[in-house]
Each structure stands twice: as C-alpha cells, then as structure tokens.
Design a protein around this ligand. Structure first.
Ligand code: FEO
Length: 170
C-alpha cells in the first residue's frame, strides 16, 4: 500500500470539503445581500454540514496515523446573478465532489486500503443525498422561473432548514 498516496488524496479531499464550506458561506452572504434570508439560511446550514464532512476527514487522517496537511483554500466567487444560477452551480459543485469521492474510492481500491474504502462508503451515500437536495431546490426554481412570489415562497421554505450533526460519528 502506498501510504503517502492515500495520505495526499485524503488531505486533498479535506481541502475540497473546507472549500465547499467556504463556497456555501459565500453563497449565504450573496443571498443575504439580495434579501433572501431563507436561501441564506439554507446555505449557512450547508456550510456547517461541509465543515462536519471536513472534520470527518480530519479525524480519519489522524486516526490512521497520517499527517493532516491544511492546504490553501481557494477564494470562492462573490456573486451568482440569480438564485437559479446559484443553484445550478451548487448542483455542479456537488457533482464535482461526488466525482472526487469516487476517485478516492478508486485509489483506495488500487492500494488495497480496505479501511479507507469502508470509511468512504458513508461519503458515497452522503453524496447521493447532497446531489438530490440541491437538485430538489433547483427543480423548484426552474419550474417556477425563480422570480416574484414563487421565489418568496421558496425562500420561506428554505428558512426552515437546520443542520444538526449526527449524535454518533456515523
Ligand atoms: Fe461534502 Fe456537499 O459534500
């Protein structure tokens, strides 16, 4: 098993998860700047969820006796034109994350690192949910045109989202 390769890939995904949190926080700020507090709330919750994902990688890296390498986090965009455009980007980003998790699974399999492969199973399932929840909002925005009273209704709906980390490390 090439431990250095596994360590590097895990740290790279740690960075992806931190970037995801940064991206969604930037989207939250954008939503607040266009007076959509419900959308901002959804993005804040999503940013918290991404921090939780990042810390799962952080803990796993330490647990395996690897070194945590906190790489530079890219600066996200500041504005997305409309809530519809923003959610197109959310879905694209989650698809990118799914691909990076799948690549990591491939590396774990190539290196016969069964522990990492099993650790990643949670993320494989999580990505199905991540894409589905982004797509659900995107479809609503597309169907309604994402403007006027429809946008107001969606904003109200998104204001109810909260993020509670799972009680166990599951
Ligand atoms: Fe950590 Fe949204 O995937």
């Amino acid at each position: 098993m090439d431990k250095k390769r596994i360590e590097k890939e895990l740290n790279s995904q740690l960075n992806n998860e931190f970037f995801s949190s940064y991206l969604y926080l930037a989207m939250a700020a954008y939503c607040d700047s266009i007076s959509l507090p419900g959308f901002a709330n959804w993005m804040r919750s999503q940013a918290q969820e991404e921090l939780f994902h990042a810390m799962k990688f952080y803990d796993y890296i330490l647990e395996r006796g690897f070194k945590v390498d906190l790489l530079k986090i890219d600066q996200p965009e500041k504005e997305w034109g409309s809530p519809l455009n923003m959610f197109e980007e959310v879905l694209k980003h989650e698809q990118f994350i799914t691909e990076s998790i799948n690549n990591l699974v491939n590396v774990a399999e190539e290196e016969k690192d069964h522990a990492t492969r099993i650790f990643l199973e949670w993320f494989v399932s999580e990505q199905v949910e991540e894409e589905a929840s982004a797509d659900a909002v995107l479809q609503k925005l597309r169907l309604t045109g994402g403007q006027g009273s429809a946008l107001f209704m969606i904003d109200k709906e998104l204001s109810t989202r909260t993020f509670t980390p799972p009680a166990t490390n599951e």
